[in-house]
Design a protein around this ligand. Structure first.
Ligand code: NDP
Ligand code: HSE
Length: 438
């Protein structure tokens, strides 16, 4: 540790190396540059911004930054720092840079869920070997304190499952589609303008960003190491205005849900668009807000809610980690290695118990319902509710909206495939899992 105090009465100085000055990094830099006295009182050390690594030092910034701090030499920033704040994103060269810092014993704060969900174990091991701290509150659900509660506050409990809305962009898009009838593309463009979306919004709309967060949070919740590969992932690009309207009519809202739950001897991790009752706590999460609902054996139900994206909210989580790391460094404390002793295997989606909402376009004639009901019975799948209406698009066709009772996911999907092959079924319009939150 290079923490230095020039006299016995002066506050020691901690050199902070910042990698990235985009949406989040520029806000972190702004606070370090404008609220240094306050942060020094809170952390016991003066947090001195010693360098900011970017791709293009001449690029326009959201906030004014001292030109002399900007550089394209990230390694020089890392080597000069007592603590590194990584807000560049991506896997490489970021992974090598974070490892460089951790291997040198320099603590790292990052918001990079993509990196953590790919190489989290490697980074944790490097931190454990050198005694550095690796902190990443911002990596899951932006400003919401959920990483620390999962890692520390619930360390004595047994987490049974978590359900979360953990991607602000997709929640914003789905919410706009639900409340204003906006088209998918317009809502996405607005989310990008507001700084919620990743540089490439594919990661948001295809569910990869939420899947990465799910892997990161599940690793903490279930004391195991998961990567994004362990998460069943479906995005929202297939969700149509008709699906949203039909769900609304039935009293549901479509949300991109991240779930981690114990399932047999393992854990199922999934991200997919699901219908949830409008009155469910997660049904009332609007805009780019995120929420995580946790069920633990002793604590019972816990709800975490707040802004999941955006420069300032995310910077809040980063700065919280920074103050916390600075306090520990000031005390000479080492990082606490993260155990993955439980090694609970990731269970396939096939074996999960779910319910499905299925919309079928069927020929409107005698005996059709009986034929469909037989297919459900043959697969041991029970129908909970059914609504029939005329299909406004095709004469002589009915739209059937069915919701099943709970069943094994593979059996439910096999039923849908059997329905699809019936001559009376003209189209399987949509298949959406239903999450009742029970
Ligand atoms: P931006 O794309 O806005 O900013 C990225 C910054 O990193 C830019 O300043 C860019 O430089 C710099 N950069 C990129 N690649 C390199 C490189 N190879 N070498 C040096 N500098 C580089 O990203 P965000 O601020 O939105 O996100 C940063 C991280 O925080 C990501 O991991 C993201 O997933 C995470 N995060 C973001 C949230 C958000 O709401 N935006 C919320 C939670 C987490 P230049 O400016 O010169 O191009
Ligand atoms: N693109 C992400 C989101 C940023 O929309 O939630 C926060 O991780």
């Amino acid at each position: 540790m290079n923490t230095t105090a020039t006299s016995a009465h002066e506050t020691p100085v901690l050199n902070v190396g910042l990698l990235g000055a985009g949406t989040v990094g520029s806000q972190v830099a702004h606070v370090l540059l404008t609220r240094g006295d306050e942060l020094a009182l809170r952390s016991g050390v003066r947090l001195r911004l010693c360098g900011i690594a970017v791709r293009d030092t001449a690029a326009p910034r959201d906030v004014e930054l001292p030109a002399e701090l900007l550089t394209t030499d990230a390694d020089a920033v890392i080597d000069a720092a007592d603590v590194v704040v990584e807000l560049t994103g991506g896997i490489e060269p970021t992974r090598k840079r974070v490892l460089r810092a951790l291997q040198a014993g320099t603590s790292v704060i990052t918001g990079n869920k993509a990196l953590l969900a790919e190489s989290g174990r490697q980074l944790q091991d490097a931190a454990g070997a050198s005694g550095a701290q690796l902190s990443y509150e911002a990596a899951v659900a932006g400003a919401i304190p959920i990483v620390r509660p999962m890692r520390d506050s619930l360390a004595g409990d047994r987490v049974e499952r978590f359900l979360g809305i953990m991607n602000g962009t997709t929640n914003f898009v789905l919410d706009q589609m639900d409340t204003t009838g906006a088209a998918f593309e317009d809502a996405l463009a607005e989310a990008q303008r507001l700084g919620y979306a990743e540089a490439d919004p594919t990661a948001d709309v295809e569910g990869h960003d939420a899947a990465a967060k799910t892997a990161v949070l599940a690793s903490l919740a279930f004391h195991s190491s998961y990567t994004i590969e362990d998460v069943h992932c479906e995005g929202i690009t297939g969700v149509t205005a008709e699906d949203v309207a039909a769900a609304r009519e039935a009293g549901y809202v479509i949300k991109l849900l991240s779930v981690g739950e114990r399932c047999g001897d393992g854990v199922n991790l999934r991200v997919n668009p699901v219908m949830i009752p409008r009155e469910h706590v997660l049904g009332g999460v609007h805009g780019a807000y995120n929420a995580v609902f946790v069920e633990a054996a002793a604590a019972g139900s816990l709800m975490f809610y707040g802004q999941g994206a955006g420069g300032e909210p995310t910077a809040s989580a980063v700065l919280g980690d920074l103050v916390s790391a600075a306090r520990a460094i000031a005390l000479g404390a080492q990082g606490i290695p993260l155990a993955d002793y439980a090694a609970l295997p990731a269970v396939s989606m096939d074996d999960v118990t779910t319910r499905l909402a299925v919309t079928l376009a069927v020929t409107d004639r005698l005996g059709v319902l009986a034929r469909l009901a037989q297919v459900f019975a043959d697969h041991g799948v029970s129908i909970s509710t059914m609504q029939q209406s005329e299909d406004p698009r095709v004469t002589g066709t009915s739209l059937l909206r069915l919701v099943t009772h709970s069943g094994r996911h593979a059996d439910l999907m096999a039923t849908v495939e059997a329905l699809r092959s019936l001559p009376v079924v003209r189209d399987v319009v949509s298949v959406t899992p239903v999450e009742t939150g029970e």
